[in-house]
Design a protein around this ligand. Sequence first.
Ligand SMILES: Nc1ncnc2c1ncn2[C@@H]1O[C@H](COP(=O)(O)OP(=O)(O)OP(=O)(O)O)[C@@H](O)[C@H]1O
Ligand SMILES: [Mg+2]
Length: 231
Amino acid sequence: MTPLLEVNGLSKSFTDHHLKQTMQAVEDIHFTIQKGEFLGIIGKSGSGKSTILKSIYRTYFPETGDIIYDSTKYGKVNLSTLSEREMIDLRKHEIGYVSQFLNALPRTTAFELVEQSIIEMGRTAEEASRVAAEMLTHFELDPELWDRYPNTFSGGQKLRLNISCAIVKKPRLLLLDEPTASLDDASKLKVREMLERLKIEGTTMIGIFHDIEFMDGLCDQVFTLKKQLVV
Ligand SMILES: Nc1ncnc2c1ncn2[C@@H]1O[C@H](COP(=O)(O)OP(=O)(O)OP(=O)(O)O)[C@@H](O)[C@H]1O
Ligand SMILES: [Mg+2]
């Protein structure tokens, strides 16, 4: 079986020119994920968990290493060198990312954001509003908030909106950066329920979790990051 994703020797450092110091954010990371698997990433704050997800989503350019992704549209591609145009296309159709921070478009309501994510996939406006309503209802985002701009939302409300926007696309590979941080227990369960459903449908996922109990029975592999040293 060909893996869906293979990370080989991924390293990334950041240089602070002011302090003349280089920080090795991640060094020589290797892991492989088969289709339909769930990989959990754990590690202390600052150990490089988000850097790994951002390198896969290519918010960060990896410094060294290959990130081989088996795409539906392009076949096997190396995400660390893929063209920007193809990367944007993969983000639209194949790879989803849930960050804890919402990068909301100006003057776009919560409901429109979810609808747009669906329309980008080539679905009709009618379908988009039906699915958006279903998703926001599932995550119990108060309907009073649907027509509001999300910049004023609380952390948990933003997170639930973010998750909704990513999940409606039914990505093949879903990257989750602490999707349960700042949620209460009931909302955490809603997220878990949705991730279980996605897993049954065959979605491959990589998730960062502080709360390891939350992953019980969901993760096929757990990758633990050690704290990196300043060099
Ligand atoms: N854009 C950046 N510029 C400079 N340094 C960065 C940047 N992104 C990450 N780093 C540094 O790389 C290291 C790893 O950061 P990262 O965000 O990956 O950690 P993390 O494991 O996700 O931490 P947390 O659990 O707190 O979210 C940190 O020391 C951080 O300061
Ligand atoms: Mg992080």
